[in-house]
Write a protein that binds this ligand. Structure first.
Ligand code: NDP
Length: 265
C-alpha cells in the first residue's frame, strides 16, 4: 500500500558541480508541479540548490519542472506524495535523501475555498485545514532531524495575505493561513538554537490556476485593490523565498513577510 502513496518518477543525478567546496544543499518544495511552487523550485535550482519537486496528481507537469531544474545544472527529482498523509510525508523525505540531506523545506502545497462559511461542510473545512495547515506540521516535524543532522536549516511557509486580514468567502482558507503564521512564529522560537530559521511568505493575489475560481470581473477588482496596479506573478514570491533560504537571511526568523503590491486588505 505504501508504494502506491509515493512514487519517485525520476532520480536524475547530474554530477553536482562543487565549485567552491561547499556542501550541496537540497530543498523540498511541496506542491511544486505548478504555480508558486513551480516558480520556487526553478528559482532555487538557479541558485545551485538540488530540488525535490513534490506533487500530488500532475506527474507530467512535475517532470517538466524537474527538467527545467536540471537545465540549471542541478540534480532534481519529482516525488508524488499527498502531504496530508503522515506516511507519505515520511517517504517523501526518505526519497529526498537520494539527492542528499534536505536542509530547506518550502511548505507551499495548498488549496483555497470559495463560499460563505454557513454553506461550508465539515468535510470541506477539514480538507482545507488538513491541506494548508496539518501538512505544514507533518512536513516541518519530519524535516527537523534532517536539518539537525545538516547543522542548520530553512523552513519557508507559503501563507497568504488572507491569513493577516481575513477574507469574506474564504474563512477556512484565511483561518488555515492565520494559524500557519502562528505556527511559523512558534516553530522559529523552538528551532532558533539549532540554526533553523522559520518564516512565512504571505502573498497578495498571484496569477496562478488557483485564481480560476474567481470570475474575470472579480480578478479585475483584485487588480484595482492592488496599489501597484497588477496582480503578482509566481516569480515575485520565488524571489523572496530565494532570499529567505540564503545565508544573508540567517538572522531573520519568525517573520511573516507579505509580497502584495501594497494591498492592505
Ligand atoms: P495552485 O493551485 O496553482 O497549485 C497548488 C499546488 O499544491 C499544486 O502543485 C498541487 O498539486 C499542490 N497540492 C495541493 N494539495 C496537495 C496535497 N495534499 N499534497 C501535495 N500537493 C498538493 O496554487 P498556487 O500556486 O496559487 O498556490 C500555492 C500556495 O500559495 C498555496 O499554499 C496558496 O494558498 C498560496 N497562495 C496563493 C495565492 C494566489 O493568489 N495564487 C495567494 C496567496 C497564497 P496537484 O496539482 O497535484 O494537485
Amino acid at each position: 500500500m505504501e508504494e502506491e502513496r509515493i512514487d519517485i518518477e525520476q532520480v536524475n543525478h547530474i554530477s553536482a558541480p562543487s565549485v567552491d567546496g561547499q556542501r550541496k544543499r537540497v530543498a523540498i518544495v511541496t506542491g511544486a508541479s505548478r504555480g508558486i511552487g513551480r516558480a520556487v523550485a526553478i528559482e532555487l535550482a538557479r541558485t545551485g540548490v538540488s530540488v525535490v519537486v513534490n506533487y500530488r496528481q500532475q506527474q507530467a507537469a512535475a517532470q517538466q519542472v524537474v527538467e527545467t531544474c536540471n537545465a540549471q545544472g542541478v540534480s532534481a527529482i519529482s516525488v508524488k506524495a499527498d502531504v496530508t498523509d503522515e506516511q507519505a510525508v515520511k517517504q517523501l523525505f526518505v526519497a529526498a535523501t537520494a539527492l542528499g540531506t534536505p536542509s530547506i523545506l518550502v511548505n507551499n502545497a495548498g488549496l483555497a475555498d470559495h463560499g460563505l462559511l454557513m454553506d461550508l461542510s465539515v468535510q470541506q473545512w477539514r480538507h482545507i485545514i488538513d491541506t494548508n495547515l496539518t501538512s505544514v506540521f507533518l512536513c516541518s516535524r519530519e524535516a527537523i532531524p534532517y536539518m539537525r543532522h545538516w547543522g542548520s536549516g530553512r523552513i519557508v511557509n507559503i501563507s497568504s495575505i488572507h491569513g493577516l486580514y481575513g477574507a469574506s468567502n474564504e474563512a477556512a482558507y484565511a483561518a488555515s493561513k492565520g494559524a500557519m503564521n502562528a505556527l511559523t512564529k512558534s516553530l522559529a522560537q523552538e528551532l532558533g538554537s539549532l540554526q533553523i530559521t522559520v518564516n512565512a511568505v504571505a502573498p497578495g493575489v498571484i496569477e496562478t490556476e488557483m485564481l480560476g475560481m474567481f470570475s474575470r470581473e472579480e480578478q479585475l477588482d483584485m487588480v484595482d485593490a492592488t496599489p501597484v496596479g497588477r496582480l503578482g506573478q509566481p516569480e515575485d514570491v520565488a524571489a523572496l523565498v530565494r532570499f529567505l533560504v540564503s545565508d544573508a537571511a540567517s538572522f531573520l526568523t519568525g517573520q511573516v513577510i507579505s509580497p502584495n503590491g501594497g494591498r492592505m486588505t
